[in-house]
Design a protein around this ligand. Sequence first.
Ligand code: FES
Length: 141
Amino acid sequence: MAESSTAAAAARVPQALCASAALEEKGRAVLFDVLHYREPARAFALRFEGRVVAYLNRCAHVPTELDWQPGEFLDSGREFILCSIHGAAYEPRSGRCLAGPCGNGRLTVIEVEERDGAVWWLPTRDTRPAPGPTEVTPVQP
Ligand code: FES
């Protein structure tokens, strides 16, 4: 019991992601590596209406990555997260599917914190840091 609660607490240790300034409002996302159910996966964080949100980079329709160019997730109007494969549209604040073949699905939320000018992500039992140094794809100018 104590061992599992220790493991659960360890799973919640915040992981440094990027400087707050790296995420411009409705700009390009920062991509980072995780283990999701022990399998390598990518995740992304972006700033939307002032708040940093992060999700697994995986469409609810077919488990493929969403971005049409690395870090580009938003539609031309910068209002929705769009899947580049079949055009599913997601609500950026919640990850809920709004239109397209994602049905009642939603993106997998990665909890984030922003403090002291930096952004951190919070692992869970299912989504953990990838082994080795966190690989982050920074925003391109
Ligand atoms: S794979 Fe994303 S909409 Fe089909």
